[in-house]
Structure formats: structure tokens, C-alpha cells
Ligand binder design. Structure first.
Ligand SMILES: Cc1cc2nc3c(=O)[nH]c(=O)nc-3n(C[C@H](O)[C@H](O)[C@H](O)COP(=O)(O)OP(=O)(O)OC[C@H]3O[C@@H](n4cnc5c(N)ncnc54)[C@H](O)[C@@H]3O)c2cc1C
Length: 443
């Protein structure tokens, strides 16, 4: 590719409502990129994918220099504002198309990602409330139990993953809510504070990585290598890992393959001793919905805050209006009060939205996509593990490391095309409405 320049379209501008940042100590972002820098490697995007890629590149090539460019502060993007589930099982209940071989591949890749994160948390003593306590997949309506949880348990059992049933009385005792009729418990994976983990990963990168925050790449050029330009300067390198999730479209990659979504969450202040007594629950747990798209995710954090995540909307603008955010908060409050009527007076302190790219066929944007450019984008639902493993493997692929997991990730294929607009918008909206209707009991 000789002398091509791509102007980047929409830049990230996440809202300032991320409640996971609130309890963390202040941290000064790394300096923005200035002047004309030269490196051996560029990584764009410092979410789970970019942080893993930069670390692995630096480890694979200890004498080479890696420049990592992040448009916002680390922790501001989806990786720092998710629900903090580090997931090992594929898809979850409520999705169709179980394929045992693909599910086993998924578990192998996810557990490699979890091992990597677990090792970093321990080695660098990252204070992110990392816990290996397992999680619940919970349903309210008996119909959803039959249609989603029962088949999921059967499918997981077929590949050797045992999930245990819990009934309403146990759930009330452990979670402090009588909302659910039945749930499956899965002991794997981890829970954490995602803003604390991403910051901790960024602040423990090897010495041959230079991270520049608040440095959005506004253009990418192929001209005697790759040249990334930001408002304050530029960085040049022969090779690049692109780890910008759905913003890959804004760089001209996967232009018709990404389903761009907005996912929102709210969090309460820490419960008082009296409120904790009224909740009467165990500490530190996570609940995922039996119907993935329509349902609600809950966390009870180690500092006694309740996180309520529901609402996934199709959103290709990467922006929310204040009116939309106010509406989201009302939806969250309504769901929260139905689950925890004993805490109806406890306010949310933060409501936020993050942007996540999905593919219709659940495939990642992974591999070499242009001269010198390797992708680790489009992480679909479980992006903490998907992002981490695709970043690690993109770095291995780019540096020629022989890693058998690369073939497993490549077997997932590449994101399939979406229909042209306006059919795409109509199709996605129709599917969304159908899922919301199917899952109306679980909201
Ligand atoms: C509310 C919510 C709840 C979720 N819950 C979970 C969960 O519990 N478990 C789970 O596994 N997943 C969850 N997810 C999904 C998960 O957060 C994402 O899939 C994952 O973080 C993707 O990681 P990533 O590194 O690929 O992308 P991102 O975290 O999106 O990182 C991409 C980075 O690229 C930067 N960037 C983009 N454009 C540019 C540019 N031009 N120049 C420089 N930098 C740029 C962005 O600022 C961003 O920081 C949730 C998401 C949301 C929003």
C-alpha cells in the first residue's frame, strides 16, 4: 500500500459517568503524544485488547520500542466501564447455535486469557477486587428457565462443564432478592472492578512500552511504514496492532461487518450498615441474565455497592444524548426497585454507557488486515476475555511466535457482513424488539 492516508471518522468521547472510577485513588494520565516519535511497534487503543497486545509485543521483543496510543484516559472506554465479569463459558443462556467444538475452543481461549489476567493481578498486586467466586445465571419466569437455562445446562454438561441449580430460597438468602425463581451457578471465571484492572494493567506495562493517553489518532498513513497522527504529534513504526473495538470502522476497516451497540449501567452509593442488614445478602457476587440481550446483570461489589446493567441498544454514533441517559437511568431505577424493594430509597450515584462491537456470527476481527496492520477488534459479548486473548495472539502473530491458540482463534472466522442500510437498521431493530419482548419478564 503506497502512500495511502485514512482520516479517522468518529473519535471516542465516553461520558464521564463511569461509576467504577469513583472509589479509585486519583491517577494522572500519561502524557499525550507530542513531536515526531519513532518506534518499532504501534498499538492503538488501551482497552483489554490493546493492553494485552502492548505487553506481549514488549515481552516478545524486549529490545524493541512499543508506543501505545489511547484517545481517552485508560479506564474511560468499554474495558473500564463494563460489569466486571471475566467469563470463561461461551455465549451464555438464551443464545442459539450451540456447537460443542467451537464451545471447547472458546473455553480454552477464555481460560488462557483469565490465566494471563490472574497472573498480572498477582505479579503487580493490582488492587481491583479480583475474586474467583463464580457467578449465577438467573431467571425469573419458569418459561425462561425451561427455554434458556435448562438447555444451557445440558449443553455445558455435554462438554464437561457442570453448572449447579439453585432455587428461589437459596437465591433470596445469598443475593437478597426474591426476584428470581431459579438459577444456575458456575464456579469459573472471575469478578473485578474493570476500571481498577485496566488502570493497573496500564501502570504495570513493561519499560519498553510508552503509553500516551488523551492522544486520539486522527489519521493513519502508509508511507514508508505506518504513521499515526494525533492532535499533538505523530508516531511512526513499521507495524501496528489496531485494538479499537468498534472504532475499527472509523479507520476504514470492517466497514460493513460490525453491529455497533451501546450498553448502560448504574451503581448505587455504598450501602449503609442498616441497608446491608435490610438486604441480608452475601458479599461480592455477580448475576448474569438467563436471556442475554434483554435481561439484567447485577453485581454486589466488595465496597457494598449494587451495580445494575441492562439496556443494549443498536447505536452507530458512539454518543448518547442527555435525554437518553435520563431515560436509561429511569429504566435502571425501575428494575432495581423491583429486585430490591427494601432498598427503594437508595440512590444511584452514577449512570454510564459504553460502546461494544458485535458480529452477527460472533467472530472476532483478528489477524493481518492491511500491510503492517494486525487487528484485535470486535470482541462481541465477553470482551474482557475475548479482548485479552485477541490482543495477546495478535502480538504473537505479528512477531512470528508459534502459538497453537492462534489457530483456535482463527477458526472462529471473521465478522460476517451486515445488510446495507436502511435494511440493516430495520433488521437490527426488529431483532432487538423481538428479544426485548421475549425477555420482558426478566427486565
Ligand atoms: C456496560 C457494559 C457492560 C459490559 N459487561 C461486560 C462484562 O461483564 N464482561 C465482559 O467480558 N464484557 C463486558 N462488556 C464488554 C467489554 O467491556 C468489551 O467487549 C471490551 O472491553 C472490549 O475491549 P477492547 O479492548 O477490545 O475495546 P475497548 O475497551 O473499547 O478499547 C478500545 C480503546 O480504543 C480507544 N480508541 C478508539 N478509537 C481511537 C483512536 N482513534 N485513537 C486512539 N484510541 C482510540 C478507545 O478510547 C478505547 O479505550 C461490557 C460492556 C459495557 C459497555
Amino acid at each position: 500500500m503506497a502512500s495511502e492516508v485514512r482520516q479517522v471518522g468518529i473519535l471516542p468521547a465516553d461520558d464521564q459517568g463511569n461509576g467504577w472510577l469513583a472509589p479509585l485513588p486519583p491517577r494522572a494520565p500519561r502524557p499525550l503524544l507530542t513531536g515526531e516519535q519513532k518506534a518499532d511497534w504501534l498499538v492503538i487503543g488501551a482497552g483489554f485488547a490493546g493492553l494485552a497486545a502492548a505487553r506481549r509485543l514488549a515481552e516478545n521483543r524486549p529490545r524493541e520500542r512499543v508506543v501505545l496510543l489511547e484517545a481517552q484516559r485508560v479506564g474511560d472506554g468499554a474495558s473500564g466501564r463494563n460489569s466486571g465479569f471475566v467469563l470463561d463459558l461461551p455465549l451464555g443462556p438464551g443464545f442459539s447455535g450451540f456447537d460443542p467444538a467451537a464451545a471447547r475452543d472458546h473455553i480454552t481461549l477464555s481460560r488462557a486469557a483469565i490465566d494471563h489476567l490472574d497472573e498480572q493481578v498477582r505479579r503487580h498486586a493490582i488492587a481491583c477486587d479480583w475474586s474467583r467466586k463464580g457467578r449465577w445465571y438467573a431467571a425469573r419466569s419458569p418459561r425462561v428457565v425451561e427455554e434458556d437455562l435448562v438447555p444451557y445446562q445440558r449443553e455445558m454438561a455435554a462438554i464437561g462443564e457442570e453448572l449447579r441449580w439453585a432455587e428461589a430460597d437459596e437465591l433470596k438468602r445469598r443475593l437478597g432478592t426474591a426476584f428470581f425463581s431459579r438459577a444456575l451457578f458456575q464456579p469459573g471465571g472471575a469478578l473485578m472492578n474493570p476500571a481498577a484492572l485496566t488502570r493497573g494493567l496500564a501502570d504495570s506495562l513493561p519499560a519498553n512500552v510508552t503509553l500516551h493517553e488523551t492522544s486520539p489518532v486522527t489519521s493513519l498513513a502508509w508511507d514508508n511504514g505506518l504513521l499515526a497522527t494525533t492532535p499533538g504529534g505523530s508516531a511512526r513504526a513499521p507495524r501496528l496492532v489496531l485494538a479499537v473495538n468498534g472504532f475499527a470502522r472509523e479507520f476504514g476497516f470492517y466497514p460493513r461487518n460490525l453491529v455497533l451497540t451501546a450498553i448502560s449501567a448504574s451503581v448505587t452509593r455504598p450501602l449503609t450498615a442498616a441497608e446491608r442488614a435490610a438486604l441480608a445478602a452475601e458479599e461480592d457476587w455477580g448475576v448474569l441474565p438467563a436471556r442475554g440481550l434483554a435481561g439484567t446483570t447485577l453485581r454486589y461489589t466488595r465496597d457494598f455497592r449494587l451495580v445494575h446493567r441492562n439496556r443494549i441498544t443498536f447505536n452507530a454514533t458512539f454518543r448518547q444524548t442527555p435525554a437518553e441517559m435520563a431515560r436509561i437511568e429511569r429504566v435502571h431505577r425501575d428494575g432495581f426497585q423491583r429486585r430490591f424493594p427494601q432498598l427503594a430509597a437508595v440512590p444511584f450515584t452514577h449512570t454510564w454507557t459504553g460502546h461494544v462491537a458485535l458480529a452477527r456470527n460472533q467472530a472476532p476481527g483478528f489477524g493481518q488486515i492491511a500491510p503492517g496492520v494486525f487487528a484485535a477488534v470486535c470482541q462481541n459479548g465477553p470482551g474482557v476475555t475475548n479482548g485479552t486473548i485477541s490482543g495477546l495472539l495478535a502480538a504473537d502473530l505479528a512477531t512470528g511466535q508459534d502459538n497453537p491458540l492462534i489457530a483456535l482463534l482463527q477458526r472462529r472466522g471473521t465478522p460476517s457482513k451486515v445488510p446495507p442500510r436502511p435494511f440493516y437498521d430495520l433488521g437490527v431493530k426488529a431483532r432487538w424488539l423481538k428479544e426485548m419482548w421475549r425477555g420482558r419478564s426478566e427486565r
